[in-house]
Every structure is written in C-alpha cells, then in structure tokens.
Design a protein around this ligand. Structure first.
Ligand code: S3P
Length: 169
C-alpha cells in the first residue's frame, strides 16, 4: 500500500479541515493537520505563537513540519495552514489539492458560522479584513501555480468537493 499523501491547500477559512474530515468519512484515508501538529509540538495555540514569538518563528515551525511530513507520512490527507503552500518540498510530500473560493464567499461563510467569533479570533491574519484581502490577492495565483489539482469550493458543498477530489486523484 503506497498511496500518495493528499495535501489540501488554500486560504484561511476555506474549509481545508472540514473537507479533510469529510474525505475520511467517504474513503479509507486518515487525516492530519499541520497547524494541529505545530500546536502540539509547541503546546501552544497558533494565535499565541504569533503573538509571543512572531510570524517568522511560526514559518520555521511550518518548515520543520513539512520536512517531517515528507519523511514520515504516507497515504494520508494533510490539511494545512493557509501559508503552508510555500514549502519548497511540498511536491515531495504528495499531491497538492487547492481548494479555491473567492475571498468574499470565504468571509461570508465564516461570518455565518455558528462559532463565527472564534473562527476569526483564532486566526491572527484575519483580524483586519482589508489586510487579509491583500494577502488573498497576493496568494491567489500562487495557490493555483503550486496546485496539481484545483477544486472549486465556492458553493461550500463539502460532499461534492470530496467526490471531485477523489475523482481527480
Ligand atoms: C495562516 C493560516 C492559518 C494558520 C496561521 C497562518 C496563513 O491556518 O496556519 O494563522 O498564513 O494563511 P488556516 O488556513 O487553517 O486558517
């Protein structure tokens, strides 16, 4: 059994974790999340890592996590933080799937979520929506360029997104 990993990339709040969980429900894959790995490594929430140690420190942890995934993870769905797509070894880890949605629909969906406040609060780069939009605009082409597969999730139909991913890989 030598299935490749599936790496889910995309902007904050696009639903990488949710889609990873739905994929687990619809297939025999298991899933891990790079932010969860980093939080457990540091025993600290991402928000606190940014506040206390700064973004560059967090990016170093992402790199460490990417190298660890390359060496140790097989046949697994890996959901990632929104900036993880920049890891140089990403294609050595597995097949890169970009979950694509417009900035406006991502923000609307987060605002409509029952736990909306915490979804914004836990994300240091979503505190100022004007700044977040700039980050989105900077990244949107880069996500497409890095991706092996692009899946449109603007309608946020997770089951459909998973079927499309499973068809495409
Ligand atoms: C980040 C996205 C976050 C988290 C960190 C930085 C980014 O993950 O990794 O706050 O640079 O886009 P989510 O994409 O799960 O929000």
């Amino acid at each position: 059994m030598n299935k490749k990993n599936i790496i889910l990339i995309g902007f904050m709040g696009v639903g990488k974790g949710t889609i990873a969980r739905e994929m687990v429900a619809q297939s025999d894959y298991f899933a891990i999340d790079t932010d969860d790995i980093i939080e457990s490594l540091e025993n600290t929430k991402i928000k606190k890592i940014f506040a206390k140690l700064g973004e560059p420190y967090f990016r170093d942890l992402e790199k460490k996590c990417a190298l660890w995934c390359e060496k140790n993870i097989q046949g697994t769905i890996i959901s990632t933080g929104g900036g993880f797509y920049r890891q140089e070894n990403i294609h050595k880890i597995g097949t890169v799937v970009y979950l694509k949605a417009s900035f406006e629909s991502i923000i609307q969906r987060l605002k409509n979520a029952p736990n909306s406040k915490s979804k914004f609060k836990k994300r240091p780069l979503l505190q100022d929506l004007e700044e977040a939009k700039k980050i989105y605009n900077q990244r949107v082409k880069e996500y497409e360029d890095v991706a092996d597969i692009v899946i449109d999730v603007d309608d946020f139909d997770e089951q459909k997104a998973v079927q499309n991913i499973l068809k495409a890989i």
